[in-house]
Design a protein around this ligand. Structure first.
Ligand SMILES: [Fe+2]
Length: 341
């Protein structure tokens, strides 16, 4: 049974269904269980008049704590309320392109009354959700469908300066591979737009695909090693260093590998002083696409929060990159990157 209740009556353990689309709340999904006090407070902080609780999916203990009767039954929910978004409930094994670029998102992007900030939020949350699902189920069809979705996101970044600018500013500092993929995708595309826009020599849609999917191979890396705080052993580093090649093979198998994607995926950890991996390439042996992604990759790693370190501010991260890592990066590209912020 589902019932509408006041925010004040929410309890930890309840399975909540937010009454609006994700344009009007801060969560990636419209329905989820409240599994911590922190999350309970985050839901209560939303500007919502009510939420819906699914009693069958809630913990029994949470329902025993409920003293206030629900406002009314689900049948009275307004037609304007989006009860849930089925695509988030259980992602399909194989996606179609309409699964990855839903009508709702296209409408939001085309809505002239929506502010650039709201559009950016819609695109960002959708991109995160798409990358999360893709990394959980990276089948050939899903990789190809995601490339189509990234192509739409690229169109938006290229055509709408205000929304693109807002996108750059709302990137999350959580360090998950899917958040990192979107952040690096957005910042690399913004730098490419600044450098190449108007030039027929560069296919920004293929670049976008490469940037968003640069870390696809990380799904083959042991998460304990990926999330290990502190210094990695040489054996652990060897294990991590295979992810560019793994990503390249996955894209090749999915028939989604273009030259742009290959260069980005294989070279995003190469540094111009030859200290990168997997091939220790130097200087001009690294393609400009690999160099762009490499700068965005390091920047996002520094500005992300980890269990063992706080997120650096944009200013501190750029200062550290300039003072301590300058030999890693192409000077002109780094200067252009700084100008984005
Ligand atoms: Fe990587």
């Amino acid at each position: 049974m589902k019932q509408k209740i006041k925010l004040a009556d929410l309890k930890e353990g309840m399975y909540v269904i937010l009454p609006s689309s994700w344009l009007s709340h801060d969560f990636l999904k419209s329905s989820f269980k409240i599994n911590s006090v922190k999350l309970l407070n985050q839901v209560r902080a939303q500007k919502l008049e009510h939420v819906i609780v699914d009693y069958e999916k809630s913990d029994a203990a949470a329902l025993l704590l409920t003293e206030t009767p629900a406002i009314d039954e689900l049948a009275y929910i307004s037609h304007n309320d989006t009860v849930t978004d089925p695509k988030y409930e259980s992602p399909p094994e194989e996606w179609s392109s309409s699964d990855v670029v839903p009508e709702e998102l296209i409408e939001a992007i085309e809505d002239k009354h929506l502010t650039a900030e709201k559009k950016a939020k819609a695109v960002y949350l959708h991109s995160i959700s798409m990358m999360k699902d893709l990394l959980e189920s990276p089948t050939t069809t899903n990789i190809q469908a995601s490339k189509k979705a990234i192509s739409s996101i690229t169109d938006l970044i290229l055509s709408d300066d205000k929304t693109a600018d807002s996108l750059l500013r709302i990137t999350s500092h959580d360090f998950y591979t899917y958040t990192h993929s979107v952040n690096v995708g957005v910042t690399s595309l913004m730098l490419s737009k600044a450098l190449f826009k108007g030039s027929d020599a560069h296919d920004l849609h293929e670049l976008g695909a490469g940037f968003f999917l640069h870390d696809l191979g990380k799904i083959n890396v042991n998460p304990d090693i990926l999330n290990k705080p502190g210094r990695l052993t040489e054996a652990e580093m060897r294990h991590i260093r295979i992810h560019p090649y793994q990503g390249y093979k996955m894209m090749e198998k999915a028939n989604a590998l273009t030259e742009e994607c290959r260069l980005i995926i294989m070279q995003h950890h190469e540094y111009i002083d030859g200290t990168g991996y997997p091939r220790k390439l130097k200087g001009e042996d690294i393609h400009i696409y690999g160099k762009i992604c490499g700068i965005a990759d390091v920047f996002d790693a520094l500005t992300a929060e980890r269990s063992y370190k706080k997120a650096m501010t944009t200013f501190d991260a750029l200062t550290l990159m300039k003072e301590k890592m300058f030999n890693h990066f192409d000077k002109d590209l780094f200067s252009s990157f700084v100008c984005l912020f």
